[in-house]
Design a protein around this ligand. Structure first.
Ligand code: UD1
Length: 427
């Protein structure tokens, strides 16, 4: 087991480059396998979820190589219709294999997915969408089994503008006969990125980025080359870490418009935000004010940035209320922050935060990807040393988080821990 040891109290300074989007990559790598052909992707982050997806697609028969952000995907030999349980249970996006296999071969047998424990996260919307496209869908022994001789275009209202449902149905509908309209579609940048890539593969998708997407099905798609957009959630994490540590950081190679709701809240809290065409600089600008946030689908305040924002608010002046409207139990980080001295508790769908003058280092655990980012930000700004377990959750979503933080002046080390023994440095 690995842990991160963080000695807090150092302001972050310098510049950090943002990796390609993890969530975009998961959708686009899967999309590439719709074609019995070769695609090349650039700006693919080397994080654990991407490697898990790579293993799932390889188990289905694809050949994939990843080298320094460049991924070559050869899906000519993809033949299996059954995805492996041990890999799929590790992340929710494994369910994109359902849209892929239904679209490509008309048959899919996929374990119900796992992933971060942030709510019940069912896949009922996905299943309803596949059924609307004409597939026979059943759940048996923990698996979704779906088949269709030919998917047929339809009009489908996406409940709760689900991102995953929108992407999964775009994958399947790209290979359906006729036209599909997705109403109340998610508008997230990752949906747009996936549609752009599918169109490069020969799909005919219009309206991505609006809440009505039209997909004209194609008989076959071909391989394409594409560079994944920057990870807006990683960018938000570094901006929050800079503000929380009283630092001054330029976050490079990001798209500021993708997190304008966060930037507005940072300014409301008193941070100084300078937007450039290809980056954003944040300067802490003294003690922050407590502010209220409601998470919302894009372009609202991203649910993934709710927990790290609470880390910033935990030392702000006054009270903050962060209302979670997307996932019902994204509060796994609260007990961990409390161990570090934060005054935060959950009331209904909201985290109520009363700012304290300082946090103290403590042994804590990263219980999911964004909870991990949250306690790392708290640890960076705390007095004393924090020992952070559950690092594999952080590695699921962040490429080189400890390395990038060290380059910004953080005192963070990754250590190997055997049982209850004393931490040993990792070579
Ligand atoms: C994706 C992102 C995740 C982000 C979320 C919302 C990936 C890999 N993950 O997750 O980081 O936080 O979008 O922006 O891209 N729901 C159902 N039934 C379904 C599908 C969803 O009830 O079949 C509910 C969910 O429990 C949640 C809401 O709908 O309450 C939105 O979920 P959704 O947008 O689908 O999130 P994901 O695609 O899983």
């Amino acid at each position: 087991m690995e842990k991160l040891i963080v000695n807090g109290g150092r302001a972050l300074h310098g510049a950090v480059r943002i990796s390609g989007g993890k969530n975009s990559s998961l959708a686009i790598i899967t999309a590439a396998c719709l074609a019995a052909d070769v695609s090349v992707l650039e700006n693919v982050p080397q994080c654990r979820d991407v490697l898990t997806l790579k293993a799932i697609l390889e188990a289905l028969g694809a050949r994939i190589e990843l080298d320094r952000g460049r991924m070559a995907i050869d899906a000519r030999a993809l033949a299996s219709h059954a995805a492996p349980y041990d890999l799929c249970r590790q992340m929710r996006a494994s369910f994109y294999a359902a849209g892929l296999l239904l679209g490509r071969g008309g048959r899919a047998e996929i374990p119900l997915p796992g992933g971060c424990v942030i709510g019940s996260r069912p896949v009922d919307f996905h299943l309803r969408g596949f059924a609307a496209l004409g597939a026979m869908v059943e759940i048996e022994h923990g698996y979704m089994k779906a088949s269709a001789r030919q998917l047929v275009g339809t009009t489908f209202f996406v409940p709760r503008s689900s991102v995953g449902t929108t992407i999964n149905l775009m994958l399947a509908a790209s290979m359906a006969s006729g036209t599909t309209v997705l109403d109340n579609a998610a508008r997230e940048p990752e949906v747009v990125d996936t549609a752009v890539f599918l169109n490069l593969m020969g799909a005919r998708i219009k309206g991505a980025g609006t809440n009505s997407i039209t997909i004209e099905g194609a008989d076959a798609l071909h391989g394409a080359s594409y560079a994944i957009i920057p990870d807006r959630l990683e960018a938000g994490t570094y901006l929050l870490a800079a503000a929380a540590t009283g630092g001054n950081v330029l976050v490079e190679q990001m798209i500021p418009e993708h997190i304008s709701a966060l930037l507005a809240k940072l300014e409301e809290a008193g941070a100084i935000v300078e937007r450039g065409t290809d980056g954003v600089r944040v300067r802490a600008g003294g003690v922050h004010r407590g502010v209220h946030v409601d998470t919302a689908p894009y372009p609202g305040f991203a649910t993934d940035l709710h927990p790290p924002f609470v880390a910033l608010m935990s030392r702000a002046d006054g009270q903050s209320r962060i209302r979670e409207t997307v996932f019902e139990s994204r509060f796994g980080y609260v007990d961990e922050l409390r161990r570090m001295g934060a005054d935060v508790h959950v009331e209904g769908d909201s985290a109520i935060v009363n700012g304290v003058p300082y946090l103290t280092g403590a042994p804590v655990e990263a219980v999911d990807i964004r909870a991990g980012a949250t306690i790392i930000i708290a640890a960076l700004s705390a007095r004393g040393t924090s020992e952070i377990a559950g690092v594999d959750n952080v590695d699921r979503g962040y490429e080189q988080l400890d390395g990038k933080l060290s380059a910004l002046g953080a005192d963070v080390r990754r250590v190997e821990v055997r049982g209850e023994s004393v931490p040993q440095p990792v070579a």
